[in-house]
Design a protein around this ligand. Sequence first.
Ligand SMILES: [Zn+2]
Length: 290
Amino acid sequence: MKPPARMLLAVPCALALIAAPTTAWSADQPKAAGAATTTTATTTAKATASDKAKSAAKVAPVDCAKVKCIALTFDDGPGKYADKLLDTLKKYKSKATFFLEGQYVKSRPAFAKRMAVEGHDLGNHSYTHPHLREVSEDKIREELTKTQELVKQVTGKSPTMIRPPYGEMDDRVKTVAAEMGMPLVLWNGGSRDWATRNEKAIYDEVLKNAKRDGVILMHDWVEQTVKVMPKLLTALQKQGYHVVAVSSLRGAKDLQAADIYPVGSEKDEGLTADTPAEDAESAESPVDGL
Ligand SMILES: [Zn+2]
């Protein structure tokens, strides 16, 4: 039994608080904390209680009630470019939400584990990406519980939300979500990354759809999405956004089992249609054993 990722992260955070009172936004970076320890070693002892209090205030979790937040969500992964994406998210001090597909958690367990350890939200996106409205209730249950158990086994953390493939749901999907005690999370802004496969188009579409507390749909198997991410995060941060996991957004804090979030998203046919017509990764590239 491994400790939750939050506990693992608490160690470098605590070190950074003591050793690097002026590098608040780097505090969750073990590398930054290590470097700061070296450069400030001789002065650390002089840090006052008030310095520490100031640092604690700066590294407090992002409060989306006070600042402008947005959530980038990545479906169908862990995708083959997930490690590069995780490097970028770390560099830009950003958090994401990954709606994982069981079959790829099985083939890329190290990526899934890293997502958990680095404090991103994990969601359940079924095991093989079927159209849930076209399968039996038992199959819906099997797809979701199998993924739930595998993610827990691989990462030590259970997914906390469900995103049904293609954003498709019905009363049976809601029943299973209620049984599993999880909310259903869709999106209210697309990137059309799977369709355009073009860095500029993805960048423009996300910025066009960006709004406070927005939930953006992307895919970590689309190479151009991962490539454009530094530029996109720079632009979002320049516009004052804090890029956070879904669970940090206003309105997502107290979601109950089978709640649908963002409010009203399930009624937007245009949005739920904004998803690949099939499991694009397995169509173009069978599980590669990474
Ligand atoms: Zn999907």
